[in-house]
Design a protein around this ligand. Structure first.
Ligand code: ADE
Length: 266
């Protein structure tokens, strides 16, 4: 047994935003054991032979922060992969596309005039960046994974075209953005923003605090502007959940065991 063995066996934390996504992962875990902590159910087991802890994130920043902290501190995960849905804000980010975060920011953080708008007090920055090596791998597997997913029927049925993959800024806040004016305000403040959701940037902050690599991948379920929404349940069942499953399985193949320990958290 190498001296690294105990470290390399640390499980990967899988945080899912939607129950359907979590279920699609659990369906392929042969041995999941249920562990209750902090009012949450963590599923400890294996996926494709790899040790994982899968859990529902909870909605919003505090819920996600508690879940991520428990994954880091109570379950000792080596890294966290977060999947879920988001509202598209980038001009060419369409419903059905997938956005991989290479930067995350809390759009409702504003401690001005003590700190500049969006700056995380104590950290001196507003944007957090997942490790580039992991983000590179995620981007390359997502495109490949989407081709494998048999979501064409579901996408077509919802009037959606072929999904594309984007890499860039995802912003989080305790608000479901559904008014065109709010979406426009976010774009004005943050011209490079691609997507908005309610958890990713705090998962980033927790992972940074614990020195853990992380990835945030979101399927775009709406344009965050109140425009005609696709049937959300059909979208999550037919598109977002199969996407999550394919992406996680492809990432498990692409990220070797123990890589989390080698990937530098930024
Ligand atoms: N998750 C999915 N769509 C969203 C939106 N428009 N705002 C915030 N979180 C979301």
């Amino acid at each position: 047994m190498s001296a690294l063995s105990p470290v390399t066996r640390r499980p990967i934390g899988l945080m899912a935003a939607m129950p359907q996504e979590l279920q699609s992962l659990l369906d392929l875990m042969p041995d999941e054991a249920r562990v209750e902590r902090g009012g949450r159910t963590f599923w400890v087991g294996h996926l494709q032979g790899r040790a994982v802890v899968a859990v529902l994130s909870g909605i919003g920043k505090v819920a996600a922060a508690i879940t991520a902290t428990l994954l880091a501190d109570a379950f000792g995960v080596s890294q966290i992969w977060f999947t879920g849905v988001a509202g598209g804000l980038g001009a060419d980010v369409r419903v059905g596309d997938v956005v991989v975060a290479d930067a995350l920011l809390q759009h409702d953080m504003d401690a001005s005039p003590l700190f500049p708008r969006h700056e995380l007090p104590g950290l001196g920055v507003s944007r957090l960046h997942p490790p580039r090596a992991l983000t590179d791998r995620v981007v390359s597997v997502v495109a490949e994974a989407l081709l494998e997913v048999d979501a064409a029927g579901a996408l077509h049925g919802l009037g959606l075209g072929r999904p594309r993959v984007h890499r860039g800024l995802i912003v989080s806040g305790d608000q479901f953005v559904s008014a065109a004016q709010d979406a426009e305000t976010l774009r004005n403040h943050l011209p490079d923003v691609l997507a908005v959701e309610m958890e990713g940037a705090v998962v980033a902050q927790v992972c940074q605090a614990f020195g853990l690599p992380y990835a945030v991948v979101r399927s775009i379920s709406d344009r965050a502007d109140g425009s005609a929404h696709v049937d959300f349940t059909r979208f999550v069942d037919g598109v977002a959940s199969p996407f999550t499953l394919a992406i996680v399985m492809a990432l498990l193949r692409a990220v070797p065991d123990g890589a989390g320990d080698a990937l530098e958290a930024s």
